[in-house]
Design a protein around this ligand. Sequence first.
Ligand SMILES: Cc1ncc(COP(=O)(O)O)c(C=O)c1O
Length: 421
Amino acid sequence: MSDLFDKTRRSFLLKSLLGSTGMILPTKALSFTNAGFTTNDIPKGNSDREWRKVRSKFILKSNVTYMNNASLGMPPKLVVNAVTNGYKSISVEPLIGKRELQKKIRSKTLPALARMFDVYKDDIVLTRNASEALFLQAMGVELKTGDEVLVTSQEHPAGSRPWMYRKNHDNIIIKNVFIPSPLISKKDTVNRITKEITPKTKALSFCHITRGGHLYPVKEICNEARKRNVLSLVDGAQAVGQFPINITDLGCDAYASSLHKWILAPSGTGFLYIQKESRKRIRTLFDPDFLAENPSYEPPGTKDFPLRAAIYEAVNFLQTIGLEKVNKRCRYLSNYLKQGLANFNDVKILSGADGEISAPGSTIFEKEGLDAVEAVDIVYKKIRTHIDEHQRDGHNAIRISTHVYNTKREIDKLLNALEMI
Ligand SMILES: Cc1ncc(COP(=O)(O)O)c(C=O)c1O
């Protein structure tokens, strides 16, 4: 068990932080620093005015608007500085710098991630992105000829392609479960998946939030899988950093994610979580003497130490604000966008209005006669705003992904531009 972060130690820490009043001391006491905020800087509500201080922590060009966070998150300045300082440290005295960064990764980055997702530190390894983590996740599952794996129709290629490889090389059967976009309901999504499970099914591979911003009922799906002794393998690339996630509580066997989207960590960072009990059924590709007690899932070799160390600053930034506040602010902005789009008679909104089936920060919609790929360029040229397309799942959709740093004014500007196109 981890010497840095285990549940016993955490519960001891929490107990020692409970004063005579029974109140838990603020996050700072739990070793997150204040990320350059004073107490008054932390927004209480959702208005742009209250989020102005948060916005001031980013270094985006003043004449540009960024609404493509779901592709690549925009790190705040303190993350940029941490990366820069990390590279300096391995340049001025490489081995000492490396040792210091490794220490920071062990003592800060991994415990911060473990705490953010409520998992044991030893159950996560860092990767370069979600794609790498998803590949390790899929390649490791013990399967024999004729075994089935269910993959849903809305998976990102990073989630489905490793299974194509296994199909071709290991003679397993991949069943594609169709999930409609927009989603119909939580129950419908669970039913569509569970009714395809057969005695041959060994694993389910599915998103927490799809590329198009639909929220799958992960806990319910994992529960159905567990009842049938089927592994549940989750792609969390679009989920982590938008709202609080307790991975242990989700009950999945493995969870793969990038950290450079909604967590706002440096580009080229991600993680893979594998639940202890599931180590018996998910091998590592890297250790010929693999033991469940000492699994080494991490790709070997020299790492991008400055990036990995700076994940800590990104996690600290979001934790200082509070993920429930991030969730509310993201939802507030996307609701504002949806309200504006609802006034167009040539726009079809494809994201669910219900928070139970839609992501807080991603919105997809189609505009009659407008090619979504072309729209990306048109909008940038017109108003210097970065947006994205979602020409998948049967749609010719535009995807707008807004994080806490966006504003209603920016959304108004986008709505005006869309009106004129
Ligand atoms: C749902 C989903 N999964 C996986 C990925 C791949 O993420 P990465 O590029 O970090 O590997 C993406 C990228 O957009 C995604 O949207």
